[in-house]
Ligand binder design. Sequence first.
Ligand code: DLZ
Length: 162
Amino acid sequence: MATKDLSQYDISSVPSAESMQFGIVVAEWNFDITSALANGAISTLKKHGAQENNILLKYVPGSFELPLGAQYFAEMENVDAVILLGCVIQGETRHFDYICQGVTKGTVDLNLKYNKPFVFGILTTNNEQQAIDRAGGKHGNKGDEAAVTAIKMVHLKNSFLS
Ligand code: DLZ
């Protein structure tokens, strides 16, 4: 995967997503950024063969709510992977730390509890410009990277089952 440009990857290394079903949960906080992440994720999934009706999109108020939104997908929809998209920007208080800790721990727990990929597509930046740069700006789009990760992880799981 890319280290500098989040949208740069070896296309030939990405399996077909044609038969895969995805849930995407998007935080409404910093929506200019998170909607750009969602657009990137959706177009990347489609680029690799995912069908439009196999990409399910839901919204939660903020990044802290992303793990629970993702859990609803796991329990109520037949998805192969869930992509969590959010943007937490450092402010004057320690709120940033608590939200980041909560969503990170929550995402790790979901991966292991449900034995399926829950992809961490959350920007955690010092300022808005850093987020813009990673939501379709000069450092690419974290939504693209999250989509590629979801496809690869579903493919990995399927390789153990076949
Ligand atoms: C409260 C809050 C703050 C200060 N900053 C952000 C942020 O930068 N990004 C984000 O996604 N959400 C933020 N939130 C909202 C929390 O994630 C959460 O929605 C509320 O604390 C309610 O649980």
